[in-house]
Design a binder for this molecule. Structure first.
Ligand SMILES: *Cc1c(COP(=O)(O)O)cnc(C)c1O
Length: 404
C-alpha cells in the first residue's frame, strides 16, 4: 500500500524545497574540465568556467587516460561480470594494486569500487567489541558509516583537536574492565573538504605511538598532489612510515572516474581480501577504469608539472581574492573557501557567479557551521591563469550585483 508513504514523501520533499536545502542537479553535456556546458535540468546549458570539481590535476579528460581506457576496452572488454575472488581479477587489477603501493610507499593495496566501499570494508573485519575506534568529528560520511558497521567502541574527538584526541585515547583505557582496548585505531581525513584544512598528522602519529594505537588516513582529497611526489598528506608532513593504513579514491585527482583502495600493512590488506564485505560481494572495477587509473598514476609519478600548476593556480587565486578584499580561510590546499557568513548571501553569490559564467557551489548549515556559509572554490591544473583571473573578476562583479 504505497498511498500513505507517497503522501508522506511528497510532503517531506516539499519541506526540503521550502527550507532551501533541496539539491538541484545541474546537467553537464561536456566532459568534466575547466570549461563545461552546464544548465538546470530541462534547459539548455551555457558554457561556464568550472571551479567546483575535484578534478585537481585536470586528468578527467586527459588524452593519455582516454587512450589507455580505449585500449583496455579493445583488449580487455567492457566489464568483468564477477567479484574479484571468483573470476573478476585481471592482470590489470594486480598491476594497479602494485602501482598504488609503489606510489604511496606501502606494502600492499586492495581495490574497491569506490572509497566509500573501501571505508565500508576496512573496520568491520578488524575491530570488534574489545577494540576502540577514535574518529575525527569532521570525518567523511563513509568513514562514519564504515565505523558504525564494526562492533568496536566508538570515540569521537573535536576536529583536529589533539588535546581532545588525547582525552579520548585515555578513555579507551577503561575498556575491558580497565585492561584497556585490545586494538585502538585513530581515523582521520587527510584533508577536511569544507575548509581545505589538513589533519595534524605529526601530532596524531605522536599520540598513536604514545598510546599504542594504529593510524588510518583517508587521503581522498590529497592523493596525487599533496607532498613532494604527490603521495598525499602523510608525505607532506613527513610521516608516511607512521601511517598504518591509507584509504583513498580514484574519483578525484586521479582521473575522477571511480574506484578506491585500502593500502598499507600487508597482513591487514590480506585479511580484507578474505573478509572485506564490499570486496567479496561487489563487482570488480571495469578494465578501462583500471587501465586509465594506471595511466594517471604514471603521469603523476613521472612529473611534478601538474602539481606545480595546481598550486600556482591556488596561490594566484588566494592572492588575487585577498587583494580584492574577500575573506578566505587560510591554507595551502587547492580548496579555497570564500567566506560570506550568511547562507542566503552565499547562495545569491553562487547564482550571480553562474550568471557571470563561473560555476561554483555555496555551502551552508548543516554542511558547515551556522553563520559560516561559504563558496568553496576548487582550483585545478586544468585552469589557465586567465581562467583564475576570470573567476576573480566574476566574484567582484557578483559582489556588486548582489549588494545593489
Ligand atoms: C570523496 C571522498 C570519499 C568517497 O570517495 P568515492 O570513491 O567517491 O566513494 C571518501 N572519503 C573522502 C574523505 C572523500 O573526500
Amino acid at each position: 500500500m504505497y498511498t500513505d508513504l507517497k503522501d508522506q514523501l511528497t510532503a517531506e520533499l516539499a519541506e526540503i524545497e521550502e527550507a532551501g536545502t533541496f539539491k538541484h542537479e545541474r546537467v553537464i553535456s561536456t566532459p568534466q574540465s575547466n570549461r563545461i556546458t552546464a544548465g538546470p535540468l530541462g534547459r539548455e546549458g551555457a558554457q561556464v568556467l568550472n571551479f567546483c570539481a575535484n578534478n585537481y590535476l585536470g586528468l578527467a579528460d586527459h588524452p593519455r587516460l582516454l587512450d589507455a581506457a580505449k585500449q583496455a576496452l579493445d583488449e580487455r572488454g567492457f566489464g568483468m561480470a564477477s567479484v574479484r575472488f571468483i573470476c573478476g581479477t585481471q592482470d590489470l587489477h594486480l598491476q594497479l594494486e602494485e602501482a598504488v603501493s609503489s606510489f604511496l610507499g606501502t606494502e600492499a593495496t586492495i581495490l574497491f569500487s569506490s572509497c566509500f566501499d573501501a571505508n565500508g570494508a576496512v573496520f568491520e573485519p578488524l575491530f570488534g567489541k574489545d577494540d576502540a575506534i577514535i574518529s575525527d568529528a569532521l570525518n567523511h560520511a563513509s568513514l562514519i558509516d564504515g565505523i558504525r558497521l564494526s562492533k568496536a567502541a566508538r570515540y569521537r574527538y573535536r576536529n583536529a583537536d589533539l588535546d581532545d584526541l588525547r582525552t579520548q585515547l585515555e578513555a579507551t583505557r577503561a575498556q575491558n574492565e580497565g585492561r584497556g582496548a585490545r586494538r585502538t585505531i585513530i581515523v582521520t581525513d587527510g584533508v577536511f573538504s569544507m575548509d581545505g584544512y589538513l589533519a595534524p598528522l605529526p601530532g596524531i602519529c605522536d599520540l598513536a605511538d604514545e598510546y599504542g594505537a594504529l593510524v588510518l588516513v583517508d587521503d581522498s582529497h590529497a592523493v596525487g598532489f599533496m607532498g613532494d611526489t604527490g603521495a598525499g598528506t602523510p608525505e607532506h608532513f613527513g610521516v608516511s612510515d607512521r601511517v598504518d593504513l591509507y584509504t583513498g579514491t580514484f574519483g578525484k585527482a586521479l582521473g575522477g572516474a571511480s574506484g578506491g583502495y585500502v593500502s598499507g600493512r600487508a597482513e591487514i590488506v590480506a585479511m580484507l581480501r578474505q573478509k572485506g564485505r564490499p570486496y567479496l560481494f561487489s563487482n570488480s572495477l571495469a578494465p578501462s577504469i583500471v587501465a586509465a587509473t594506471l595511466a594517471a598514476l604514471e603521469l603523476v609519478a613521472g612529473s611534478a608539472e601538474l602539481r606545480a600548476t595546481l598550486f600556482r593556480n591556488a596561490e594566484l587565486f588566494r592572492r588575487r581574492m585577498s587583494e580584492e578584499g574577500f575573506e578566505l580561510l587560510e591554507g595551502e590546499h587547492a580548496i579555497v573557501p570564500v567566506m560570506f557568513g550568511d547562507a542566503a548571501l552565499a547562495a545569491r553569490m553562487a547564482d550571480a557567479m553562474l550568471e557571470h559564467g563561473v560555476f561554483v557551489t555555496a555551502f551552508s548549515y548543516p554542511v558547515v557551521p551556522a553563520g559560516k556559509a561559504r563558496i568553496r572554490v576548487q582550483l585545478s591544473a586544468a585552469h589557465s591563469e586567465a581562467d583564475v583571473e576570470a573567476a576573480v573578476q566574476a566574484f567582484i562583479a557578483s559582489r556588486t550585483a548582489v549588494q545593489s
